[in-house]
Write a protein that binds this ligand. Structure first.
Ligand SMILES: Cc1cc2nc3c(=O)[nH]c(=O)nc-3n(C[C@H](O)[C@H](O)[C@H](O)COP(=O)(O)OP(=O)(O)OC[C@H]3O[C@@H](n4cnc5c(N)ncnc54)[C@H](O)[C@@H]3O)c2cc1C
Length: 350
């Protein structure tokens, strides 16, 4: 059977789909070219088989049987672009294993005060989820600015994390929410670990998407006196490259005047997404005043040292924008925590 899968750049990709759950064909099969990419005037097949497993166990078994020659795919918005850069003589990938058909990975749910978001949940599903808006507003706001609508309709939160770029918008909010990630490792161990442990460097993940599966995320739902917010600065022209994103989670005391606890993630600042621990320390336990926020936001310029990026912005500009972002996002999160009203802003604007 052939599946025509519309992609974000507007043309259709024809792929051969094995409708056998996770099973790998025993006997050699005729190679059915998957996505074809023009390379120096000829068409190059990018993969041979396409699997649609129904469970995490099936996905792992499918990857294992290809022994490192297959790769996981979710929305394909990062992977297919990477795969377009084929070099002469490269062989097509033996198979793609699509996790968007694994039902447990496509769900959003609340259990025991924790919000669970499957790794294969799309950005659009997150943006449209009243649960996520209420309990993790910053995640709606960060997913709502990713790419354009066509990208958000297929791109997944798990793909954003697995791709391991420190500029990932959903990633930035997950770090501020103190999220854990669930990973099904190829050795049979399935465990929850802090999402920050997935990142090893720009584009380098602890996961090997030829054999491990990122299953989903969980974090505490915002309670009374708690809230979150996200904003980003980007180049509005052409491809909207994020220049700097800032996600903040706050917990106020009963008087709602003191910042009992706080988490801030500003990305990309380091090689991996991290919490701004020094900035958090200057705010934790403090009485909230306009002066305090202005002072801390200004000091953060010296505490954080964002990298210069040829395509995104100079380090100097990014430092300046750290102050701007904190002066906007901190008051917004505090206002939400005080009022108990959390309506996502800026969603879908680009
Ligand atoms: C035009 C355009 C604009 C974009 N704009 C933005 C933006 O504004 N902000 C932003 O953050 N990103 C942006 N992106 C990048 C991309 O859309 C996101 O990173 C997206 O979340 C990737 O998800 P995906 O499902 O498409 O991942 P895929 O491309 O399917 O996969 C990405 C990588 O993760 C692996 N992988 C996927 N799922 C899993 C899993 N469950 N377990 C293990 N490994 C897995 C794959 O093997 C691959 O290596 C943009 C991309 C495009 C094309």
């Amino acid at each position: 059977m052939h599946l025509y899968r519309p992609l974000y750049w507007g043309y259709r990709v024809q792929s051969s789909v094995e409708q056998t759950g996770g099973a790998v064909p025993e006997a050699p099969r005729k190679v059915l070219p998957g996505c074809v990419s023009p390379y120096r005037g000829r068409l190059v097949a990018l993969w041979e088989h396409y699997h649609t497993p129904r469970t995490v166990a099936d996905a792992l078994a499918c990857l294992a049987r290809y022994d490192g020659q297959a790769r996981l795919i979710a929305g394909g918005t990062d992977l297919l672009i990477d795969m377009q850069h084929v070099e002469k003589g490269d062989h097509p990938l033996a198979a793609l294993v699509d996790v968007t058909t694994v039902s447990e990975m496509t769900k959003i749910s609340v259990r025991d005060g924790l919000l669970y978001v499957g790794a294969a949940v799309t950005h659009t599903s997150i943006v449209k989820s009243p649960l996520v808006e209420e309990y993790a507003t910053c995640l709606v706001e960060s997913c709502g600015v990713v790419g354009g609508l066509q990208v958000r309709n297929v791109a997944t939160l798990g793909g954003n994390v697995a791709h391991a770029l420190p500029a990932g918008d959903g990633t930035t909010s997950l770090v501020a929410l103190g999220a854990d990630a669930e990973v099904a490792w190829h050795n049979g161990i399935r465990e929850w670990l802090p999402v920050t442990q997935i990142f090893r460097g720009p584009g380098i993940s602890a996961l090997d998407s030829r054999q491990d599966v990122l299953v989903g995320f969980r974090f505490r739902c915002c309670q009374e006196g708690e809230a979150s917010a996200f904003k980003r600065i980007m180049r509005p022209q052409g491809v909207a490259l994020p220049i700097l994103g800032c996600a903040v989670w706050v917990q106020l005391d009963e008087s709602r005047r003191v910042l009992k606890d706080i988490r801030i993630c500003i990305s990309p600042v380091d090689r991996v997404p991290v919490l701004a621990a020094d900035v958090e320390d200057s705010l934790r336990g403090q009485e909230i005043t306009d002066g305090l926020i202005r002072h801390v936001a200004s000091a953060a310029r010296d505490q954080l040292n964002p990298r210069a990026s040829k395509y995104r912005a100079s380090a100097e500009y990014r430092s300046h924008m750290i102050e701007t972002l904190l002066n906007q996002v901190l008051p917004l999160a505090i206002k939400r925590a005080r009022s108990g009203v959390a309506r996502a802003e800026g969603v879908g604007l680009g």
